[in-house]
Design a protein around this ligand. Sequence first.
Ligand code: SF4
Length: 411
Amino acid sequence: METLGKLAVLAEGAKYDVSCSSSGSAGRRGAVGSTSLGGICHSWSDDGRCISLLKVLFSNDCVFDCAYCVNRRSADIPRATFTPRELADLTIQMYRRNYIEGLFLSSAVVGSPDDTMVQLVRTAKILREEHRFGGYIHAKAIPGASPSLLGTLGLLADRMSVNIELPSETSLRALAPQKSRDSILRPMAFIGGTIEERRKWRKSGRSGPAFVPAGQSTQLMVGASPENDFTILRLSEGLYRSFGLKRVYYSAYIPVAENPLLPAPATKPPMLREHRLYQADWLLRFYGFKAEEVLSPQQPNLDEALDPKTGWALAHPDFFPVDVNRASCEEILRVPGIGVRSARRILSARRGHLLDGDDLTKLGVVMKRARFFISCKSAAFPAFPAGGDLRRLLASPPPGKDNLRQLRLEF
Ligand code: SF4
């Protein structure tokens, strides 16, 4: 098969990985500017820039048979495998034509995890050392890969990720029997430990080559297995804490296989659930919440009608109103309608004078939500109303609840 034929097959095989924003978008295939067929996706670099990446598998010829995966060994699909030189040359050609700014390098398991890692390392080495490619590389580590290969790939990549996919050992055993919790967490621990080691080196004034400078991430599938949101959120919290992950990506499962253990092929992907999990994840990372505050064994799933922060506020009326002129940053961050940036602005602005409602609006506070939960200078906000009424008032299903999909701008 020629390189472009392989590209079509292997870009298709990579599209279910959601570590970039435009994954899974059908786009307008065949039209001028359409990037879906060529496997071009968009992601964000560490400094917040949007970057275009060539997202392909090195191979989709998998020896594993994960029931939820389009590339599983038992699937009847066209198979292809690049050579390291083919993929490196393709990447550099697309880079020189300005189609892409980087590479999202992943693979099915060809032979064994270490055999596959050797091929990924070779590809990255040709790019970095022969082509002197300085662009962004996000490399997937293969579950079960040995530390020495992870260490070599980590010196060549900007970001690495090991996908967890299923949130429990039980589901792994049922749906991905060739993988184990240990084979996934060990590489993750190695990458996280080495990143931390390098950070300490730099702090102590020692130099050394950068190792995975943009950090590591992972992907969790939502809706393929029966775990609730509480289990998923607690897992994410543990991953952030134990391995210093930059990001957990949640991926609404798109049924691709008939299997009694999986949702039926006609089942719609749980996009709204995915959206709420991202919001809850945001609370863990930036708002000082713990998973146990957002959910509990008694209430193990996120309310689809409310964003999780509003849900927490409605369940804790005793916490409010928060006096924005006196409260701590942590307390202000608990108010629905006040984000991290607005909270910082409030702390800075209130040094000069007591803030009133107009000041808060100017500082970016969404008053139509926040006004139920705050007090401030000379403002007569409604008292905290009875739960049911306020809940109705604040319910905010994202637009297109029934057909939630990737944002696309039409020009
Ligand atoms: S190892 Fe990866 S590519 Fe292979 S079947 Fe499992 S999920 Fe799919």
